[in-house]
Design a protein around this ligand. Structure first.
Ligand code: ASP
Length: 590
């Protein structure tokens, strides 16, 4: 070994010991003819002090930031007044007896020892340097702890970790597949799994009973928001279970995990709140509510059924709704501020935004002259709005009103700091619709995935009203993010056929794509269900990071590129030939 101790472990109790350390020069300075270096490794920093006039120590003078050194020296207490209480090793320093440069370093593209604003593409190009920074090391460690906790917790409860193939067949989760051409079978392609969904279900048919995997999922999606083409899920599946059995395992797992590895965080509630999909949308405007704060949506359609406000009347005539949220203490917003909120509402598809300011000097706002005093009273009664508050109304289709108010709610969360960053508001959303109508393609899509069990009592609606069919699907939400999805699965081949047919798949297509699943269900498939929490997103929330790239060692940038290795990149003529592929590239735009 190049070292007897790590840089982070030396304490006053080591005083007098001769130690050998190896690490990077975090910072260095010369002072009174002596060189001071903060030597760093994964475990911490320690101050080493060398006199370059001593022959074995001379090279210390050349050392620059991020050079790799090996140092042998004696631990001594720092002189009184020179201790650093902010550093774990701050009571001591190492008096260097010999210094060897193991490797010099070019000047770095950015400083490792300081948290400065560095362009993300530069960070990603030099990710191996970026990962030297303390914050990034912390994130890697936290992620390791999360995954280890999962492995230990589930193993102790009888779950088997099983690996499933990356080269497989299309496994739909609503995205495009990444395809891999087969060299040995010209013209044929594997698909990389969008999730191990089918394989874990087949493991249940195999009698594995309780399965999990820290699984990589690959989805070729248009890059929007905070997504990565490949990401990691805790994939799990159980046999002979009902919905609540699955929810209980996952709820216990994360409740215990937070207690054990995130003592600074608090759970909002235990047991976790459970909302139906319909309740969540009604109350918070969407199915991934941030429940750390209130500011719920209220439906005022009834209150305004005889309204004289044209905008409200029209919404109701068009079978729409009037809903509101109450922004606490915002009654004195300026015209300009209200205009900005209206602009935000428009980006969500709303035609406009009406406001009522319950100011101390009386009621004001854009809707004030159309709202009668008894209506104001009714609004206050229903929503709890008080003097000093600003009521924001959207009169539109139910979908747009919900979406718009949900966006405004989050806007106020950030603006008024309504959500405690140390609070973890886990919750369950249950009873999702089974299908969603795809207006563009004029067909039904699976709201979760096609292997989800419809509620048995809704089976007759396949013929009459597919949109009203509920399923045994559930989501785990946390602080405004969807952090897991899952469901009880179809284990009967007749129901599976029915679902595929409703999704518009022809019999021969069903056979070609999913014949193996239908057949497996004919060989005694047990009732089963599971889910898949997203590890990247959860670690991101636990680490208080703004995006998942911060908790992935080597992520793609927002354009889906690996800017460090420069991928994707062209394939050679020879590679293409071997794969029987000829390129027909789009013409470059002038
Ligand atoms: N395969 C699903 C997903 O990736 C999770 C599940 O249903 O277990 O979202």
């Amino acid at each position: 070994m190049y070292k007897t101790h790590t840089c982070g472990e030396l304490r006053a109790t080591h005083t007098g010991q001769t130690v050998t350390l190896a690490g990077w020069v975090h910072r260095q300075r010369d002072h009174g003819g002596v060189t001071f270096i903060d030597l760093r490794d994964r475990y911490g920093l320690v101050q080493v002090v060398g006199d370059p006039n001593k022959p074995d120590v001379a090279s210390i003078q050349d050392a620059r930031q991020e050079w790799v050194l090996q140092i042998t020296g004696v631990v001594r207490r720092r002189p009184a007044g020179a201790e650093n209480p902010n550093l774990a090793t701050g009571e001591i320093e190492v008096e260097v007896q010999s210094c060897e440069v193991l490797n010099p370093a070019k000047p770095l593209p950015f400083l490792v020892y300081k948290d400065e604003d560095i362009d993300e593409n530069v960070r990603l190009k030099y990710r191996y340097l970026d990962l030297r920074r303390e914050k990034m090391q912390k994130n890697l460690i936290l992620r390791h702890k999360v995954v280890k906790f999962i492995r230990d917790f589930l193993s102790e409860r009888g779950f088997l970790e099983v690996e499933t193939p990356m080269l497989f067949k299309t496994t739909p989760e609503g995205a495009r597949d990444y395809l891999v051409p087969s060299r040995l079978q010209p013209g044929m392609f594997y698909a990389l799994p969008q999730s191990p969904q089918q394989l874990k279900q087949l493991l249940m048919v195999a009698g594995v009973d309780r399965y999990f995997q820290i699984a990589r999922c690959l989805r070729d999606e248009d890059l929007r928001g905070d997504r990565q083409p490949e990401f990691t899920q805790l994939d799990l599946e159980m046999s002979f279970v009902h919905r609540d059995d699955v929810l209980q395992v996952v709820e216990n797992l994360f409740t215990e995990m937070v207690k054990t590895i995130l003592p600074e965080k608090r759970l909002l509630a235990s047991p976790w709140p459970r909302l139906t999909h319909a309740e969540a949308v009604e109350k918070y405007g969407n199915d991934k509510p941030d429940m750390r704060f209130g500011m719920e949506l209220y439906d005022l359609s009834e209150t305004f059924k005889n309204s004289e406000f044209r905008v409200f009347q029209m919404a109701l005539e068009n079978k729409g709704v009037i809903k509101c949220i109450v922004a606490p203490g915002c009654s004195e917003f300026t015209r300009r501020e209200v205009d900005d909120l209206t602009e935000l509402a428009r980006t969500q598809g709303a035609k406009g935004l009406a406001t009522l300011a319950l100011s101390t000097e009386g009621v004001r706002g854009t809707a004030q002259k159309f709202i009668k005093p008894e209506e104001v009273e009714a609004i206050q009664k229903l929503s709890g709005a008080k003097t000093g508050d600003l009521v924001l109304f959207v009169a539109d289709s139910r979908a747009i009103a919900n979406k718009t108010l949900a966006a405004l709610r989050l806007h106020f969360r950030d603006r008024l700091q309504l959500a405690d960053p140390n609070l973890l508001a886990f919750g369950w959303i249950v009873d999702f619709p089974m299908f969603e109508y795809n207006e563009e393609e004029e067909k039904w899509d699976a709201a979760h995935h096609p292997f989800t069990m419809p509620k048995l009592e809704d089976l007759p609606k396949f013929e009459t009203d597919p949109g009203a069919i509920l399923s045994d699907a559930y989501d785990m939400v946390l602080n405004g993010y969807e952090t897991a999805s899952g469901s009880i699965r179809i284990h009967r081949s007749d129901i599976q056929q029915k679902v595929f047919q409703l999704l518009g798949l022809k019999d021969d297509e069903i056979q070609a794509k999913f014949g193996h699943m239908i057949e497996a269900f004919e060989f005694g498939a047990p009732p089963h269900g599971g889910m898949a929490p997203g590890i990247d997103r959860l670690v991101m929330i636990f680490a208080d990071e703004p995006n998942i790239r911060e908790v992935i060692a080597f992520p793609k940038n927002q354009a889906g590129r690996d800017v460090m290795a420069d991928a994707p990149s062209p394939a050679s003529e020879r590679q293409l030939k071997e794969l029987h592929i000829r390129l027909e590239l789009p013409k470059e735009e002038e």
